[in-house]
Design a protein around this ligand. Structure first.
Ligand code: ATP
Ligand code: MG
Length: 563
């Protein structure tokens, strides 16, 4: 796979699926009706790849006055759970989409079973008692024909009897399957007598319990469900392109009108430095390699939300990448760019000191405090201002002071150079205290009372401005610095097990940070820009006594640099 860096289109032209829909509408297909569906299997949480499909399915319906239904593709009780059903519905709503009807493939278990009986009666399906391994071996290759099962020409009555007894639970799992009788030499491998039904006895279905002992396979369930519902455009990802002829074939066997749902495929979303597969994500969760599905390093919708991404940021990212027929890999820095663009006008600017050191202003009266005013967001005129407390003792960033500073160090040093305390006064360092090990414990300075920001003296320019918080009013916080989950661009393409490719530095927890008092009121998922550091969101585990912030993205923009 190559890394594709897609350009932001200044004026949106139609994507190729929209083009198809417009052509269908012009041709008067389906009486001008547009109906799509989003069909997740409830076997995991939604990831950002699913969002690409969601934006397409719901977007097409919205744009062409059609409807989009949510259909859970719940045909494999072994892996599915209502926990996933609930999270998927919550995530779709959070993204800002609304389905017209809620369906489940399991709504059609009876209809699908009846259809299977019809196939058997028409000599189009048979019960095969061979093992899965033997059936796979007999498939052949694209260039050599497959081998017909010895059970292929069983009499119809026997097939009927066996299939009905399969569903009564008379036979153990894996002992037999129902196969469509098509063509073991077909050039499309999917036509070589595909499996229609299998027996599952050991797991209850999350909706139908133990009612059913046989369950339809994806290919037999999906197209039929589309047909039962009246879907016009069944949009999915490219790996299903080779299934499309079978999708059509099944429907052609029973359809009693001209109406046909049409399957269309677009390229999957893959992003660098992560994996985009529910199966792999489940492994990461189950093996404790991440803190859960909503670990802020996960590419899940709930992980991104906890990380501080808004629905708008995710949707604008999907808009930027577009839809094509070419598989590729999207640079994660484009996702990060989308977060910055979105948060810039939304996130309140605050001071947070990550590695605090005490600053004493020797000529500021002890016990005195004053209230200063600071802008909430210079990138947003409507964001207003807030009060901050100033006093003699502050915390500043340890890295903003140097005792013996080189010439090009423009921050605080006892070398006569002036710096401004953000939204406050100009100061000059005078010296520092150290502990027995030589670590600096306190920095001393003097301020110039004539230089208060917002007054005439506040206009005096100095080389640098540094962040601070007032000691007594500031609050302690833990800050979780997240980085990419994997150490290499494409963990799925490596020969190594993907779990051995995790980035060991994907999470650093910084304790003992000091943030300004205003943050005491912050609620989970509130978003801030820590000046000079990055964008941060309040973690849901945060409490007023113990604030926890997650880094959404740093300020440094590697995306803009690359372009
Ligand atoms: P995974 O491989 O992660 O398990 P899946 O394809 O099995 O995903 P489904 O729940 O079957 O997951 O997917 C629901 C819909 O989302 C399908 O239409 C599928 O094509 C689409 N989809 C899944 N992954 C992606 C992706 N990475 N990019 C775009 N669409 C995706
Ligand atoms: Mg799937």
């Amino acid at each position: 796979m190559t890394t594709i860096i897609e350009e932001e289109a200044p004026k949106k032209s139609l994507n190729f699926i929209e083009q198809i829909v417009e052509n269908d509408l012009k041709a008067g297909l389906n009486g001008g009706r547009v109906q799509t569906r989003f069909p997740p299997e409830p076997n995991g949480y939604l990831h950002i790849g699913h969002v690409k499909a969601i934006c397409m399915d719901f977007g097409i319906a919205e744009k062409y006055n059609g409807i989009c239904n949510l259909r859970f593709d719940d045909t494999n009780p072994v892996k599915e759970d209502v926990e996933y059903v609930d999270s998927i519905m919550g995530d779709i709503k959070w993204l800002g989409f609304h389905w017209k009807n809620l369906y489940y493939a399991s709504d059609y278990f009876q209809q699908l079973y009846d259809l299977a009986i019809r196939f058997i009666n028409e000599g189009k399906a048979y019960v095969d008692e061979q093992s899965a391994e033997v059936i796979a071996q007999q498939k052949g290759t694209p260039t050599t024909p497959g081998v017909e099962s010895p059970f292929r020409n069983r009499p119809i009555a026997e097939n009927l009897d066996l299939f009905q007894r399969m569903n009564k639970g008379e036979f153990p799992e894996s002992s037999m399957v129902l196969r469509a009788k098509i063509d073991m030499a077909h050039s499309n491998m999917h036509f070589r007598d595909p499996i229609m039904y299998r027996i599952i006895l050991s797991h209850p279905h999350h909706r139908t319990g133990y009612d059913w002992k046989v369950y339809p396979m994806y290919d037999f369930a999906h197209g039929q469900s589309d047909y039962f519902e009246g879907v016009t455009h069944s949009i999915c990802t490219l790996e299903f392109e080779v299934h499309r002829p079978l999708y059509d074939w099944y429907i052609d066997q029973f359809a009693d009108s001209d109406y046909r749902p049409k399957q269309r495929e677009f390229n999957r979303l893959n992003i660098t430095y992560t994996v985009m597969s529910k199966r792999k994500m489940l492994q990461l969760v189950q093996e404790g390699l991440v803190a859960g599905w909503d670990d802020p390093r996960m590419p899940t919708v709930c992980g991104l939300r906890r990380r501080g991404y808004t629905a708008e940021a995710i949707r604008s990212f999907i808009d930027r990448i577009g839809y094509t027929k070419v598989e590729g890999m999207i640079d994660v820095s484009l996702l990060e760019y989308s977060a910055r663009e979105d948060l810039k006008p939304k996130a309140t600017r605050v001071c947070a000191i990550m590695d605090p050191i005490k600053l004493v202003i020797s000529n500021y009266p002890a016990g005195q405090t004053e209230t200063l005013t600071t802008e909430n967001n210079p990138d947003n005129e409507t964001a207003g201002t807030r009060d901050i407390t100033f006093a003699r003792e502050l915390y500043i960033e340890r890295g903003d002071f140097m005792e013996d500073a080189p010439k090009d160090f423009f921050r605080l040093s006892p070398n006569g150079r002036e710096v401004r305390l953000k939204s406050a006064y100009i100061i000059k360092a005078t010296g520092c205290d150290k502990d027995a090990d030589g670590n600096i414990t306190t920095v001393y300075c003097e301020y110039d009372p004539e230089t208060k920001s917002g007054t005439e003296g506040g206009n005096r320019k100095v080389k640098s401005t540094i962040n601070w918080v007032e000691i007594n009013s500031s609050i302690e916080a833990d800050v979780r610095l997240y980085d990419r989950l994997f150490a290499i661009e494409d963990p799925s393409a490596s020969d190594k097990d993907f779990r051995d490719l995790l980035n060991p530095d994907s999470l650093k927890v910084v304790t003992g940070c000091r943030v300004e008092a205003a943050l005491a009121q912050a609620k989970p998922l509130d978003k801030f820009q820590f000046l000079k550091v990055g964008y941060f969101a309040v973690d849901p585990d945060s409490t007023p006594d113990k604030l926890i912030f997650n880094r959404t993205v740093s300020l440094k923009d590697t995306w803009a640099k690359k372009n």
